[in-house]
Design a protein around this ligand. Structure first.
Ligand code: AMP
Length: 190
């Protein structure tokens, strides 16, 4: 099984590159952000609770996203593999993911991190906000909060995979195709 974690701050290009990886490798895309927005649009209790945090640029509780990922893994037992996009965002989520995969006799193949500086992220997210309709893309203060949450809580997740010798970093600035080629070059080694 090919199980990739695509890592990087909000606006790094994880969603765009995930789509290209799905097309190439036939993997299942698991984006906790997309799953949460799905709950919000369905008006579920979980979605309503999550929205309060998401609109402030804060992370939702670990148990919520871990539960959603567990459901999706169970619902896709015959998958060739998964792309985890925007998950894990804390070390506790990374540990839970390892345990979930181990219980299915599987494991993470590797983490690929897209490196983009903060100024470029802010520029990209404000631009995306014009079309995405996402409230958390529209306000520079919320964008900066999301980047701060990433720097405070999510960057340690890279260390978690470095310790397992599963971490590769890639320059996330360049054309979509250039970045995709760099990702594929790493993926082919798994
Ligand atoms: P994203 O679409 O990945 O940028 O996520 C949008 C928002 O959803 C984040 O700012 C968080 O509020 C929430 N979220 C998505 N994934 C996670 C996660 N793995 N852990 C906690 N919160 C998450």
């Amino acid at each position: 099984m090919l199980n990739l974690v695509l890592f990087g701050p909000p606006g790094a290009g994880k969603g765009t590159q995930s789509q290209k990886l799905i097309d190439k490798y036939g993997l299942i895309h698991l984006s906790t952000g997309d799953l949460l927005r799905g709950e919000i649009s369905q008006g579920t209790e979980l979605g309503l609770e999550a929205k309060k945090l998401m609109d402030q640029g804060l992370l939702v509780p670990d148990a919520v996203v871990i539960g959603m990922i567990e459901n999706k893994l169970d619902a896709n037992k015959d998958a060739k593999g998964f792309i985890f996009d925007g998950f894990p965002r804390t070390v506790a989520q990374a540990e839970a993911l390892d345990n979930l995969l181990e219980s299915k006799a599987s494991a993470i193949s590797g983490m690929i991190a897209l490196e983009v500086d903060d100024d470029e992220l802010e520029r990209r997210l404000l631009l995306r906000g014009k079309d995405s309709g996402r409230p958390d893309d529209a306000d520079p203060a919320i964008i900066r909060k999301r980047i701060k949450e990433y720097n405070d809580k999510t960057t340690p997740v890279a260390g978690y995979y470095k310790n397992q010798d599963k971490f590769t970093s890639i320059n996330g600035i360049g054309s979509i195709d250039e970045i995709f080629s760099a990702i594929v070059a790493v993926t082919e080694k798994y």
